[in-house]
Design a protein around this ligand. Sequence first.
Ligand code: SAM
Length: 392
Amino acid sequence: MRYFVTAAKGTEGVLRDELRELGVRHLRADRGGVHVDGPPSLAWRLCLRSRIGVRVYESLATGGARDADELYDLVRAVEWERFLSPRHTLAVGASAKNTFTNHTQFLSRRVKDGVVDRLRAREGERPSVDLDDPDVRLFLHGQGEDFTLYRDLSGDPLHMRGYRRHVNDAPLKETLAAAILRLSGWTRGSTLIDPMCGSGTIAIEADLWARDVAPGLGRRFGFERHLDFDDVARRSFEDIRAECERMALDEGPVIIGSDIDGRALLAAKENARAARSLARFSEMDVRFLAPKGFDGAVVTNPPYGERLDGGMSFYREMAQALAKMNGHTVTVLAGTPMIEDALNGERPLREASRPHQVFNGPIECRVLRYRVANRAEGADPVAVEPRGKDPR
Ligand SMILES: C[S@@+](CC[C@H](N)C(=O)[O-])C[C@H]1O[C@@H](n2cnc3c(N)ncnc32)[C@H](O)[C@@H]1O
Protein backbone atom coordinates (compact mmCIF):
# COMPACT_ATOMS: atom_id res chain seq x y z
CA MET A 1 0.00 0.00 0.00
CA ARG A 2 1.15 3.49 -0.78
CA TYR A 3 1.04 5.17 2.64
CA PHE A 4 1.86 4.15 6.19
CA VAL A 5 0.38 6.19 9.04
CA THR A 6 2.44 5.55 12.16
CA ALA A 7 1.00 5.29 15.68
CA ALA A 8 2.31 4.99 19.24
CA LYS A 9 2.64 1.35 20.28
CA GLY A 10 -0.73 0.05 21.43
CA THR A 11 -2.77 2.64 19.54
CA GLU A 12 -2.76 1.01 16.09
CA GLY A 13 -6.29 -0.40 16.55
CA VAL A 14 -7.86 2.93 17.45
CA LEU A 15 -5.95 4.60 14.62
CA ARG A 16 -7.48 2.07 12.22
CA ASP A 17 -10.95 2.89 13.61
CA GLU A 18 -10.30 6.61 13.24
CA LEU A 19 -9.08 6.26 9.65
CA ARG A 20 -12.17 4.21 8.77
CA GLU A 21 -14.32 6.96 10.21
CA LEU A 22 -12.42 9.47 8.08
CA GLY A 23 -13.54 7.50 5.05
CA VAL A 24 -10.40 5.50 4.29
CA ARG A 25 -11.52 2.31 2.59
CA HIS A 26 -8.27 0.53 1.77
CA LEU A 27 -6.35 0.03 4.96
CA ARG A 28 -4.58 -2.59 7.04
CA ALA A 29 -3.41 -2.26 10.64
CA ASP A 30 0.11 -3.44 11.35
CA ARG A 31 2.67 -3.13 14.11
CA GLY A 32 3.46 0.53 14.52
CA GLY A 33 0.70 1.90 12.33
CA VAL A 34 -1.82 1.45 9.55
CA HIS A 35 -1.15 0.93 5.83
CA VAL A 36 -3.43 3.01 3.64
CA ASP A 37 -4.04 3.26 -0.08
CA GLY A 38 -5.37 6.21 -2.07
CA PRO A 39 -4.36 9.35 -3.98
CA PRO A 40 -2.02 12.06 -2.60
CA SER A 41 -5.03 14.12 -1.53
CA LEU A 42 -5.88 11.33 0.93
CA ALA A 43 -2.45 11.65 2.55
CA TRP A 44 -2.86 15.45 2.83
CA ARG A 45 -6.29 14.99 4.35
CA LEU A 46 -4.91 12.54 6.92
CA CYS A 47 -2.15 14.95 7.88
CA LEU A 48 -4.84 17.55 8.57
CA ARG A 49 -7.42 15.32 10.20
CA SER A 50 -5.89 12.33 11.97
CA ARG A 51 -5.76 12.90 15.71
CA ILE A 52 -4.01 9.63 16.54
CA GLY A 53 -1.57 9.19 13.64
CA VAL A 54 1.99 10.33 14.41
CA ARG A 55 3.46 10.54 10.90
CA VAL A 56 2.23 9.92 7.36
CA TYR A 57 4.83 8.15 5.25
CA GLU A 58 4.69 7.57 1.52
CA SER A 59 6.41 4.43 0.28
CA LEU A 60 8.78 5.25 -2.59
CA ALA A 61 10.56 1.92 -3.00
CA THR A 62 10.35 -1.59 -1.67
CA GLY A 63 12.69 -4.45 -2.42
CA GLY A 64 15.25 -6.94 -1.23
CA ALA A 65 18.84 -6.09 -0.31
CA ARG A 66 21.44 -8.53 0.99
CA ASP A 67 24.23 -6.00 1.29
CA ALA A 68 25.05 -2.30 1.13
CA ASP A 69 25.48 -2.31 -2.67
CA GLU A 70 22.08 -3.84 -3.28
CA LEU A 71 20.53 -1.29 -0.95
CA TYR A 72 22.33 1.51 -2.79
CA ASP A 73 21.01 0.24 -6.14
CA LEU A 74 17.47 0.04 -4.76
CA VAL A 75 17.67 3.66 -3.62
CA ARG A 76 19.40 4.99 -6.72
CA ALA A 77 16.68 3.54 -8.97
CA VAL A 78 14.05 5.87 -7.45
CA GLU A 79 13.25 8.96 -9.58
CA TRP A 80 14.51 11.39 -6.94
CA GLU A 81 14.45 14.28 -9.42
CA ARG A 82 10.65 14.24 -9.07
CA PHE A 83 10.76 14.81 -5.31
CA LEU A 84 13.70 17.11 -4.64
CA SER A 85 16.22 19.33 -6.39
CA PRO A 86 19.85 20.06 -5.43
CA ARG A 87 18.53 23.16 -3.65
CA HIS A 88 16.51 21.08 -1.21
CA THR A 89 17.95 19.73 2.02
CA LEU A 90 17.66 16.14 3.10
CA ALA A 91 17.72 13.91 6.20
CA VAL A 92 17.52 10.13 6.39
CA GLY A 93 16.53 7.95 9.34
CA ALA A 94 16.45 4.16 9.53
CA SER A 95 15.26 1.24 11.58
CA ALA A 96 16.48 -2.29 11.04
CA LYS A 97 15.77 -5.76 12.33
CA ASN A 98 17.90 -8.74 11.26
CA THR A 99 19.20 -6.88 8.21
CA PHE A 100 22.74 -7.30 6.82
CA THR A 101 23.86 -4.72 9.35
CA ASN A 102 22.07 -3.40 12.40
CA HIS A 103 24.05 -0.18 12.16
CA THR A 104 21.22 2.22 11.34
CA GLN A 105 23.54 5.20 10.76
CA PHE A 106 25.35 3.20 8.12
CA LEU A 107 22.03 2.33 6.46
CA SER A 108 20.98 6.00 6.50
CA ARG A 109 24.28 6.98 4.89
CA ARG A 110 23.85 4.42 2.11
CA VAL A 111 20.38 5.79 1.39
CA LYS A 112 21.70 9.35 1.36
CA ASP A 113 24.51 8.29 -1.04
CA GLY A 114 21.99 6.71 -3.45
CA VAL A 115 19.86 9.88 -3.48
CA VAL A 116 22.63 12.44 -3.84
CA ASP A 117 24.61 10.41 -6.41
CA ARG A 118 21.57 10.13 -8.66
CA LEU A 119 20.80 13.83 -8.42
CA ARG A 120 24.44 14.84 -8.98
CA ALA A 121 24.63 12.60 -12.07
CA ARG A 122 21.45 14.15 -13.51
CA GLU A 123 21.66 17.76 -12.38
CA GLY A 124 25.37 18.37 -11.76
CA GLU A 125 24.79 19.29 -8.12
CA ARG A 126 23.63 17.48 -5.01
CA PRO A 127 21.32 18.42 -2.15
CA SER A 128 22.92 18.93 1.24
CA VAL A 129 22.04 17.25 4.50
CA ASP A 130 20.19 19.10 7.26
CA LEU A 131 19.36 16.90 10.21
CA ASP A 132 17.35 19.53 12.11
CA ASP A 133 14.96 21.01 9.59
CA PRO A 134 15.26 19.21 6.24
CA ASP A 135 12.97 19.91 3.28
CA VAL A 136 12.73 16.20 2.63
CA ARG A 137 12.89 13.59 5.36
CA LEU A 138 13.34 9.95 4.34
CA PHE A 139 12.98 6.87 6.46
CA LEU A 140 14.26 3.38 5.69
CA HIS A 141 12.57 0.42 7.31
CA GLY A 142 14.42 -2.88 7.04
CA GLN A 143 13.45 -6.32 8.20
CA GLY A 144 15.60 -9.26 7.15
CA GLU A 145 16.26 -8.71 3.44
CA ASP A 146 13.12 -6.61 2.92
CA PHE A 147 13.42 -2.86 2.78
CA THR A 148 10.90 -0.09 2.36
CA LEU A 149 11.98 3.47 1.76
CA TYR A 150 9.51 6.13 2.81
CA ARG A 151 9.35 9.88 2.53
CA ASP A 152 7.78 11.62 5.47
CA LEU A 153 4.84 13.75 4.36
CA SER A 154 4.03 15.11 7.81
CA GLY A 155 7.30 16.94 8.54
CA ASP A 156 7.12 17.60 12.27
CA PRO A 157 5.24 14.72 13.90
CA LEU A 158 1.50 15.20 13.95
CA HIS A 159 1.27 15.55 17.73
CA MET A 160 2.75 19.00 17.17
CA ARG A 161 -0.58 20.66 16.48
CA GLY A 162 0.81 24.12 16.97
CA TYR A 163 -1.32 25.02 19.99
CA ARG A 164 0.79 23.77 22.88
CA ARG A 165 2.78 26.79 23.95
CA HIS A 166 3.18 25.78 27.59
CA VAL A 167 3.72 22.47 29.29
CA ASN A 168 3.69 21.41 32.88
CA ASP A 169 5.01 18.16 34.37
CA ALA A 170 4.80 15.08 32.16
CA PRO A 171 2.48 16.33 29.43
CA LEU A 172 0.84 13.69 27.27
CA LYS A 173 1.44 13.83 23.56
CA GLU A 174 -1.69 15.12 21.83
CA THR A 175 -1.82 11.98 19.67
CA LEU A 176 -1.78 9.72 22.75
CA ALA A 177 -4.44 11.83 24.46
CA ALA A 178 -6.63 11.45 21.34
CA ALA A 179 -6.04 7.68 21.35
CA ILE A 180 -7.02 7.42 25.03
CA LEU A 181 -10.19 9.40 24.38
CA ARG A 182 -11.15 6.91 21.69
CA LEU A 183 -10.23 3.96 23.90
CA SER A 184 -12.42 5.46 26.64
CA GLY A 185 -15.53 4.93 24.54
CA TRP A 186 -16.58 8.55 25.17
CA THR A 187 -19.49 9.39 22.91
CA ARG A 188 -18.41 12.98 22.16
CA GLY A 189 -21.84 14.38 23.00
CA SER A 190 -21.63 14.06 26.77
CA THR A 191 -19.77 15.99 29.45
CA LEU A 192 -16.12 15.11 29.89
CA ILE A 193 -13.99 15.84 32.94
CA ASP A 194 -10.24 15.53 33.42
CA PRO A 195 -9.67 16.21 37.14
CA MET A 196 -5.84 16.02 36.87
CA CYS A 197 -5.54 17.91 33.61
CA GLY A 198 -1.99 19.30 33.83
CA SER A 199 -1.44 21.40 30.70
CA GLY A 200 -4.90 20.44 29.46
CA THR A 201 -4.09 18.03 26.64
CA ILE A 202 -6.96 15.56 27.21
CA ALA A 203 -9.58 18.29 27.64
CA ILE A 204 -8.39 20.29 24.62
CA GLU A 205 -8.20 17.20 22.40
CA ALA A 206 -11.68 16.15 23.56
CA ASP A 207 -13.12 19.54 22.69
CA LEU A 208 -11.47 19.64 19.25
CA TRP A 209 -12.70 16.13 18.49
CA ALA A 210 -16.25 16.82 19.72
CA ARG A 211 -16.47 19.91 17.49
CA ASP A 212 -14.78 18.29 14.49
CA VAL A 213 -11.95 20.81 14.50
CA ALA A 214 -9.21 19.30 12.32
CA PRO A 215 -6.09 19.03 14.51
CA GLY A 216 -3.70 20.09 11.73
CA LEU A 217 -5.34 23.40 10.83
CA GLY A 218 -2.81 25.43 12.80
CA ARG A 219 0.40 24.08 11.23
CA ARG A 220 2.30 23.34 8.02
CA PHE A 221 3.38 19.92 6.73
CA GLY A 222 6.51 18.41 5.24
CA PHE A 223 4.93 17.70 1.85
CA GLU A 224 4.41 21.42 1.30
CA ARG A 225 8.20 21.73 0.84
CA HIS A 226 8.55 18.87 -1.66
CA LEU A 227 9.29 19.50 -5.33
CA ASP A 228 6.19 17.70 -6.61
CA PHE A 229 3.91 19.85 -4.45
CA ASP A 230 3.30 22.26 -7.34
CA ASP A 231 0.70 25.00 -7.79
CA VAL A 232 -2.03 22.57 -8.80
CA ALA A 233 -1.34 20.40 -5.73
CA ARG A 234 -1.28 23.48 -3.49
CA ARG A 235 -4.65 24.69 -4.75
CA SER A 236 -6.23 21.33 -4.18
CA PHE A 237 -4.69 21.14 -0.70
CA GLU A 238 -6.00 24.61 0.14
CA ASP A 239 -9.49 23.42 -0.90
CA ILE A 240 -9.20 20.50 1.52
CA ARG A 241 -8.03 22.83 4.28
CA ALA A 242 -10.94 25.21 3.62
CA GLU A 243 -13.38 22.29 3.70
CA CYS A 244 -11.95 21.27 7.11
CA GLU A 245 -12.38 24.82 8.37
CA ARG A 246 -16.04 24.84 7.31
CA MET A 247 -16.67 21.54 9.07
CA ALA A 248 -15.74 22.83 12.55
CA LEU A 249 -18.68 23.39 14.90
CA ASP A 250 -18.97 26.49 17.11
CA GLU A 251 -20.51 24.61 20.00
CA GLY A 252 -19.72 21.38 21.76
CA PRO A 253 -20.37 19.45 24.96
CA VAL A 254 -19.21 20.69 28.37
CA ILE A 255 -15.53 19.80 28.79
CA ILE A 256 -13.82 20.57 32.06
CA GLY A 257 -10.22 20.26 33.13
CA SER A 258 -9.13 20.80 36.72
CA ASP A 259 -5.87 20.41 38.58
CA ILE A 260 -4.47 21.18 42.01
CA ASP A 261 -1.56 23.11 40.52
CA GLY A 262 -2.25 26.71 39.55
CA ARG A 263 0.76 26.85 37.23
CA ALA A 264 -0.49 23.85 35.29
CA LEU A 265 -3.84 25.55 34.92
CA LEU A 266 -2.26 28.71 33.53
CA ALA A 267 -0.56 26.53 30.91
CA ALA A 268 -3.83 24.72 30.18
CA LYS A 269 -5.70 27.99 29.70
CA GLU A 270 -3.01 29.43 27.43
CA ASN A 271 -2.96 26.23 25.36
CA ALA A 272 -6.76 26.21 25.11
CA ARG A 273 -6.71 29.82 23.93
CA ALA A 274 -4.09 29.00 21.27
CA ALA A 275 -6.13 25.98 20.14
CA ARG A 276 -9.35 28.04 20.18
CA SER A 277 -10.72 25.31 22.41
CA LEU A 278 -13.91 25.81 24.40
CA ALA A 279 -12.71 23.54 27.24
CA ARG A 280 -12.92 25.22 30.66
CA PHE A 281 -10.37 24.95 33.44
CA SER A 282 -10.32 25.54 37.18
CA GLU A 283 -8.39 24.71 40.32
CA MET A 284 -9.53 21.69 42.31
CA ASP A 285 -8.13 18.75 44.25
CA VAL A 286 -9.26 15.50 42.61
CA ARG A 287 -10.16 14.20 46.07
CA PHE A 288 -13.02 16.72 46.13
CA LEU A 289 -14.41 15.67 42.77
CA ALA A 290 -18.17 15.19 42.77
CA PRO A 291 -20.70 14.51 40.01
CA LYS A 292 -23.02 17.25 38.82
CA GLY A 293 -25.15 15.05 36.62
CA PHE A 294 -25.74 11.37 36.12
CA ASP A 295 -23.82 10.68 33.01
CA GLY A 296 -20.60 11.77 31.38
CA ALA A 297 -17.04 10.61 31.25
CA VAL A 298 -13.97 11.10 33.35
CA VAL A 299 -10.74 10.63 31.41
CA THR A 300 -7.54 11.33 33.26
CA ASN A 301 -3.84 10.73 33.64
CA PRO A 302 -2.83 10.76 37.34
CA PRO A 303 0.67 11.63 38.48
CA TYR A 304 3.19 8.93 39.19
CA GLY A 305 6.91 8.52 39.80
CA GLU A 306 8.93 11.28 41.44
CA ARG A 307 6.19 13.84 40.91
CA LEU A 308 3.79 12.00 43.18
CA ASP A 309 3.12 13.12 46.75
CA GLY A 310 1.37 10.60 48.95
CA GLY A 311 1.85 7.32 47.06
CA MET A 312 -0.74 4.63 47.66
CA SER A 313 -2.74 6.71 50.13
CA PHE A 314 -3.22 9.40 47.46
CA TYR A 315 -4.32 6.81 44.90
CA ARG A 316 -6.85 5.35 47.38
CA GLU A 317 -8.38 8.77 48.03
CA MET A 318 -8.41 9.49 44.28
CA ALA A 319 -10.12 6.13 43.65
CA GLN A 320 -12.72 6.88 46.35
CA ALA A 321 -13.53 10.19 44.65
CA LEU A 322 -13.79 8.57 41.22
CA ALA A 323 -16.05 5.87 42.66
CA LYS A 324 -18.54 8.58 43.59
CA MET A 325 -19.04 9.61 39.97
CA ASN A 326 -22.37 7.78 39.70
CA GLY A 327 -23.41 6.88 36.19
CA HIS A 328 -20.10 8.02 34.65
CA THR A 329 -17.49 6.08 32.81
CA VAL A 330 -14.01 6.50 34.24
CA THR A 331 -10.92 6.01 32.11
CA VAL A 332 -7.49 6.27 33.67
CA LEU A 333 -4.09 6.16 32.02
CA ALA A 334 -2.10 4.36 34.70
CA GLY A 335 1.67 4.60 34.69
CA THR A 336 2.03 2.39 37.78
CA PRO A 337 0.21 -0.77 39.00
CA MET A 338 -0.57 1.06 42.27
CA ILE A 339 -3.24 3.07 40.45
CA GLU A 340 -4.92 -0.10 39.20
CA ASP A 341 -4.80 -1.67 42.67
CA ALA A 342 -6.43 1.39 44.21
CA LEU A 343 -9.19 1.59 41.57
CA ASN A 344 -9.90 -2.14 41.72
CA GLY A 345 -10.38 -1.80 45.48
CA GLU A 346 -13.46 0.43 45.04
CA ARG A 347 -16.67 -1.56 44.76
CA PRO A 348 -18.70 0.91 42.64
CA LEU A 349 -15.99 0.90 39.97
CA ARG A 350 -16.94 -1.93 37.63
CA GLU A 351 -14.41 -2.86 34.98
CA ALA A 352 -15.92 -1.90 31.61
CA SER A 353 -13.30 -3.63 29.48
CA ARG A 354 -9.96 -5.32 29.88
CA PRO A 355 -7.01 -3.00 30.48
CA HIS A 356 -5.31 -1.87 27.29
CA GLN A 357 -1.54 -1.48 27.12
CA VAL A 358 -0.12 1.65 25.51
CA PHE A 359 3.28 3.32 25.61
CA ASN A 360 3.68 6.87 26.82
CA GLY A 361 7.11 7.37 25.21
CA PRO A 362 9.17 4.57 26.75
CA ILE A 363 6.81 4.13 29.73
CA GLU A 364 4.51 1.15 29.63
CA CYS A 365 1.05 2.25 30.77
CA ARG A 366 -2.38 0.72 31.02
CA VAL A 367 -5.62 2.34 30.00
CA LEU A 368 -8.18 1.25 32.62
CA ARG A 369 -11.90 1.63 31.97
CA TYR A 370 -14.64 1.48 34.57
CA ARG A 371 -18.31 2.19 34.75
CA VAL A 372 -19.46 3.63 38.06
CA ALA A 373 -22.42 1.63 39.27
CA ASN A 374 -25.21 3.76 40.68
CA ARG A 375 -27.05 2.92 43.85
CA ALA A 376 -29.76 0.93 42.11
CA GLU A 377 -27.06 -1.42 40.92
CA GLY A 378 -25.91 -2.11 44.45
CA ALA A 379 -23.15 0.39 45.00
CA ASP A 380 -22.71 1.88 48.41
CA PRO A 381 -24.67 5.07 49.03
CA VAL A 382 -22.38 8.01 48.41
CA ALA A 383 -22.19 11.58 49.48
CA VAL A 384 -21.66 13.83 46.52
CA GLU A 385 -21.25 17.18 48.22
CA PRO A 386 -18.27 18.98 46.70
CA ARG A 387 -15.73 20.07 49.26
CA GLY A 388 -13.22 21.77 47.00
CA LYS A 389 -13.42 24.68 44.64
CA ASP A 390 -16.15 24.24 42.07
CA PRO A 391 -14.76 23.33 38.62
CA ARG A 392 -17.65 24.98 36.75
C1 SAM B 1 0.76 13.27 34.69
S1 SAM B 1 0.21 14.89 35.01
C2 SAM B 1 -1.10 15.15 33.84
C3 SAM B 1 -0.53 15.62 32.54
C4 SAM B 1 -1.60 16.01 31.55
N1 SAM B 1 -2.33 14.87 31.04
C5 SAM B 1 -0.99 16.83 30.41
O1 SAM B 1 -1.08 16.42 29.25
O2 SAM B 1 -0.38 17.88 30.69
C6 SAM B 1 -0.68 14.71 36.49
C7 SAM B 1 -1.32 15.98 37.03
O3 SAM B 1 -2.00 15.67 38.24
C8 SAM B 1 -1.99 16.84 39.04
N2 SAM B 1 -2.31 16.48 40.43
C9 SAM B 1 -1.50 15.92 41.38
N3 SAM B 1 -2.18 15.76 42.52
C10 SAM B 1 -3.45 16.25 42.31
C11 SAM B 1 -4.61 16.37 43.11
N4 SAM B 1 -4.62 15.96 44.39
N5 SAM B 1 -5.71 16.90 42.54
C12 SAM B 1 -5.72 17.32 41.26
N6 SAM B 1 -4.62 17.24 40.46
C13 SAM B 1 -3.52 16.72 40.98
C14 SAM B 1 -0.61 17.39 38.84
O4 SAM B 1 -0.58 18.77 39.18
C15 SAM B 1 -0.35 17.10 37.36
O5 SAM B 1 -0.68 18.24 36.59
